[in-house]
Design a protein around this ligand. Structure first.
Ligand code: PLP
Length: 453
């Protein structure tokens, strides 16, 4: 082929724009973006011709090149992935996938007008706070509840309202960082509370708290150690003893539970994760937890407890800044309804994953190995999300022995939809526990393609 002739024969951008496919691209992506992509396509082709590579371009190949560029450019940055890592509450992958009922309610409320702040009976302004409050009270037995943007916001609001310029006493064993740079002591300082650390890293006694209480003390706080677990020579003051001490001294007791279990995790062979109900029963005045960890709902910070301190929180100016939006309230109330109706284990994805039996997962991994080869190996899935530190569930994984495991992981990340797997012992591991049933076919197709190349 003569490169100079081919260069001369390249169509003008206007000629390409007149093609049916270009008109379709304009309708899909807009005229400006399409024009830019066509110009890029022509320029890249010109460069290749000058360098003497490639076959003679056709109108079709020029348009295809522009279409591929547009598809890449408009691929959303935030998009679904298949989680084959076995980490159920994977913070980087969006924590809890939502239940169908939550998604449906969010879509309905988001796509239309709603009763967000409208009281249908009175035909007048209502409160957004009530949408989740009743169900939270019924579920946990609390007097009152409040939903804000996330649990970090819940703690900021709590401390700014109840302890600004005053002291908060907390055990040194609970001054944790939970990842993403979220450090309990920094949040406390940011909210204007003065931190008073008591005890030592591994042991804190009731007398440590007693000695620290002074005229400026506003509250006692317990923070769940989250993704961190101490063992060995350790001691903490049980929550009910802290509650008793708080009551004797006229202080409030706040429990930052983090993951917020609403059922007994021991039933699944996991460690015991303190539940919201247990904290309230032990006498915590306020309990804070996330909506998107073990509750399995959308991102939210949930505070339940006594009506009086909660009323002060609701009145604080920060409550407006930190409030939950309508989509969150819609999704959370639908998720909490599932809990109330006893359908959490069958309807909430993370609980279905936690509840799946190892034997069933072995069957899935074996079916995968029929198509892909590899070895089915016993392994462990992690609950993640700063809940149940160190706790894992027995699972079966498909282990693929490939020359370059890192390269395979990169190829899987580039797949459509992207697949997130992990490497252990030099092999690529795929854990079926966190793969949703309707993702299996995509996962296998992407793997087949990646293994062939
Ligand atoms: C996860 C967690 C938080 C932060 O919750 P977000 O909802 O991510 O803001 C705070 N405290 C504890 C103990 C946690 O585990």
């Amino acid at each position: 082929m003569n490169g100079a002739d081919a260069l001369r024969r390249l169509p003008a951008v206007d000629a390409l724009l007149g093609e049916a496919q270009a008109r379709a691209l304009c309708a899909q992506y807009g005229r400006n973006a399409t024009l830019a992509a066509l110009r890029d396509s022509l320029q890249q082709t010109r460069n290749e011709l000058r360098a003497g590579d490639g076959p003679e371009p056709t109108r079709k190949s020029l348009l295809e090149r522009a279409a591929a560029q547009l598809a890449r450019r408009f691929l959303p940055g935030l998009r679904p992935v298949i989680n084959a890592s076995g980490v159920i509450l994977h913070t980087n992958l969006g924590r809890a996938p939502l239940a169908p009922a939550a998604i449906q309610t969010m879509a309905e409320v988001g796509g239309r007008y709603s009763t967000l702040e409208y009281d249908l009976e009175r035909g007048a302004r209502g409160s957004r706070l009530k949408h989740c409050e009743d169900v939270l009270c019924e579920l946990t037995g609390a007097e009152a509840a409040l939903v804000v943007n996330n649990n970090a916001a819940a703690l900021v609001l709590l401390l700014a309202t109840l302890a600004q310029g005053r002291e908060v006493i907390i055990s040194r064993g609970q001054l944790i960082e939970i990842g993403g740079g979220f450090r309990v002591p920094e949040v406390m300082a940011g909210a204007g509370a003065r931190l008073v650390e008591v005890g030592t890293t591994n042991r804190t006694r009731r007398s440590d708290y007693e000695r620290a209480i002074g005229p400026d003390t506003a509250l006692l706080m317990r923070a769940h150690a989250s993704n961190f677990r101490m063992s060995g020579f350790t001691a903490e003051v049980p929550l009910d003893e802290l509650a008793q001490l708080a009551r004797e001294r006229g202080l409030l007791l706040v429990d930052d539970l983090g993951s917020g279990a609403l059922l007994d995790t021991e039933a699944f062979g996991l460690l015991h994760e303190p539940t919201v109900m247990e904290s309230l029963a032990a006498g915590a005045d306020l309990v804070a937890f996330s909506g998107d960890k073990l509750a399995g709902g959308p991102q939210a910070g949930i505070i339940v407890g006594r009506a009086e301190p909660l009323a002060a929180l609701k009145r604080h100016p920060l409550a407006r800044a930190l409030r939950a939006d309508k989509l969150c309230l819609a999704g959370l109330s639908a998720t909490l309804d599932l809990w109330l109706r006893g359908q959490a284990l069958t309807q909430i994805p993370i609980w279905r994953m936690i509840a799946r039996e190892a034997q069933e997962l072995r069957g899935v991994a074996e079916a995968w190995s029929q198509r892909l080869g590899g070895e089915v190996l016993a392994g462990e899935s992690a609950v993640g999300g700063g809940s149940l530190p160190g706790a894992t569930l027995p699972t079966w994984t498909l282990a693929l022995d490939v020359a370059q495991p890192d390269a395979l992981l990169a190829q899987l990340r580039a797949a459509q939809p992207p697949v997130i797997a992990r490497i252990a012992g030099g092999r690529v591991l795929l854990d079926p526990r966190t793969v949703l049933p309707d993702e299996e076919e995509d996962l296998l197709a992407s793997l087949e393609k990646a293994l062939r190349s």
